[in-house]
Design a protein around this ligand. Structure first.
Ligand code: ATP
Ligand code: LTN
Length: 347
C-alpha cells in the first residue's frame, strides 16, 4: 500500500481538552517521539472532536496553543512532524459525511467509549458523541495513514476505521490505506492515582487522579503521596495490586528502568520510600519539559506560523485522497475539492 509514498505515514490525534497528563505522554507523545525519525508524522489537535462537550471559548483557543507548545517541549522536532488543528482542514468534515453514509447505526451503538460517555451523561446525548468514531476514521483515512499510535482505549475505534476502509475499498476500489494500530509494550493504559481501576484522564474533575505535565513540583509530591495503594507493603508488580503496579509502570515509563529492576531496588522497602523517590523522578522528568514549554508557548508568532503551515500541508495532502473519493462516488467535479486541487497546484 505504501509503494511510492516515501516514509510510512503516521497520524495521531489528541483532543484539546483538560490538561495534558503523564498518561498522555506515556501512551501517546513518547511513542510519537520514538517514531518521528522513521515516519512522515501528522499530529492533529482534534478540536471538532472536543466539541462533543461544550467548551469555554477563550480557554479552548488557549489550550490548542498550549498543547502545540507542549508537543515541542516533550521533544517532538518541529522539522520532523506536521502539527495542525482539525478545524483548519475542512476535508475532515467532508469525508466524515461520506463515511457516515457507509456506517451502520449498530456499529456505533456498540462502541465502548460511546456507551460509557453516554451512560454517564446527565444531559441529553448529542449526535457528535455518537458519530465521534467516524470523524476519527476520516482523520486517519485522509492521509493514507499506515500507522496510528493510540492507547488501549482507542483500539475499538481503530478497528472500526479499518472496517470502514475495507468496506469502502470493496465497493469503490482500493482508495484507502488500511491503517495499523501501534500500541506501546508498556503504559498503553495508565490508571488514575486515586482510582486505579479507571484510566488516568486529562479531563478528570478530580485533579488528584492525574499528574499534568505542567504540575508544579509540590503538587506532584502531594498527588503521589496521596495516591491510593493496595493492602500490604511490598513493592511488587501484580494485577492484584493495581495501585502500586500503576505507580511502578509510571516510574518505569518515565525513567526507562525495567519493572524488574525497580522491584529489585525496592525489595524490603515500603510504599512511603518508593512514593518519595517516584515523586522526585517525576519532578526531574517534568522540569526540562516545563522549561522548554515556557519558551515555546511565549513565542506566539512561531507557534501560530507552525500551525498555519501544518494546516496548509494537511489540506494539500488530504485533498489528494478526498479527490479520489469524490471521483469514485461519482460526485460532479467543480466543487470545493477542485478548489483545494488548485491550491495544491499553486503551492
Ligand atoms: P479525555 O479525558 O479528554 O478523554 P484523555 O486523557 O483520555 O482525555 P485523549 O485526548 O482521549 O486523552 O487521548 C490522547 C492520547 O492519549 C490517545 O492516544 C490516548 O490513547 C492516550 N491516552 C489517554 N489516556 C491514556 C492513559 N490513561 N494511558 C495511556 N494512554 C492514554
Ligand atoms: N479519539 C482519540 C483522538 C483522535 C485520534 C484521531 C487518535 C481523534 N482522531 C486519529 C488517533 C488518530 C482519543 O480520544 N484519544
Amino acid at each position: 500500500m505504501n509503494a511510492g509514498k516515501g516514509k510510512p505515514v503516521l497520524l495521531s490525534g489528541i483532543q484539546p481538552t483538560g490538561r495534558l497528563t503523564i498518561a498522555n505522554y506515556i501512551g501517546a507523545l513518547k511513542q510519537w517521539k520514538a517514531l518521528q525519525a522513521t515516519h512522515d508524522c501528522f499530529f492533529v489537535l482534534v478540536d471538532f472532536h472536543a466539541l462533543t462537550v461544550p467548551q469555554d471559548r477563550a480557554e479552548f483557543q488557549r489550550r490548542c496553543l498550549e498543547f502545540a507548545a507542549l508537543y515541542t517541549a516533550c521533544g517532538l522536532d518541529p522539522e520532523k512532524h506536521t502539527v495542525f488543528i482539525q478545524s483548519h482542514v475542512p476535508q475532515h468534515a467532508q469525508l466524515l459525511w461520506i463515511l457516515n453514509c457507509m456506517t451502520h447505526m449498530g456499529e456505533l451503538f456498540r462502541m465502548t467509549q460511546y456507551k460509557e460517555k453516554a451512560g454517564r451523561s446527565a444531559a441529553p446525548v448529542n449526535v457528535g458523541l455518537f458519530d465521534y468514531p467516524v470523524l476519527m476514521a476520516a482523520d486517519i483515512l485522509l492521509y493514507g495513514t499506515d500507522l496510528v499510535p493510540v492507547g488501549d482505549d482507542q483500539k475499538q475505534h481503530l478497528e472500526f476505521t479499518r472496517e470502514i476502509a475495507r468496506r469502502f475499498n470493496h465497493r469503490y476500489g482500493e482508495i484507502f490505506t488500511i491503517p495499523q494500530p501501534y500500541m506501546p509494550d508498556m503504559g498503553a493504559r495508565i490508571m488514575g492515582l486515586q482510582d486505579p481501576s479507571g484510566k488516568m484522564s486529562k479531563t478528570d474533575e478530580n485533579q488528584k487522579n492525574y499528574i499534568a505535565l505542567l504540575d508544579a513540583p509540590d503538587i506532584v509530591r502531594d498527588k503521589i503521596k496521596q495516591a491510593v495503594t493496595d493492602p500490604g507493603k511490598t513493592i511488587r508488580y501484580d494485577p492484584a495490586k493495581p495501585g502500586i503496579s500503576n505507580l511502578m509502570t509510571i516510574h518505569a515509563a518515565l525513567t526507562d528502568l525495567s519493572i524488574e529492576s525497580i522491584q529489585a531496588d525496592y525489595s524490603g522497602k515500603g510504599y512511603a520510600a518508593f512514593k518519595k523517590d517516584l515523586a522526585e523522578a517525576v519532578i526531574e522528568f517534568l522540569a526540562p519539559i516545563q522549561k522548554r514549554y515556557r519558551a515555546a508557548y511565549s513565542d506566539r508568532d512561531a507557534l501560530m506560523s507552525r500551525l498555519k503551515a501544518g494546516a496548509l500541508k494537511a489540506r494539500k495532502r488530504s485533498s489528494i485522497v478526498l479527490d479520489k473519493v469524490y471521483d469514485a462516488l461519482g460526485l460532479v467535479p467543480g466543487g470545493p475539492v477542485s478548489k483545494t486541487r488548485r491550491e495544491r497546484m499553486d503551492g
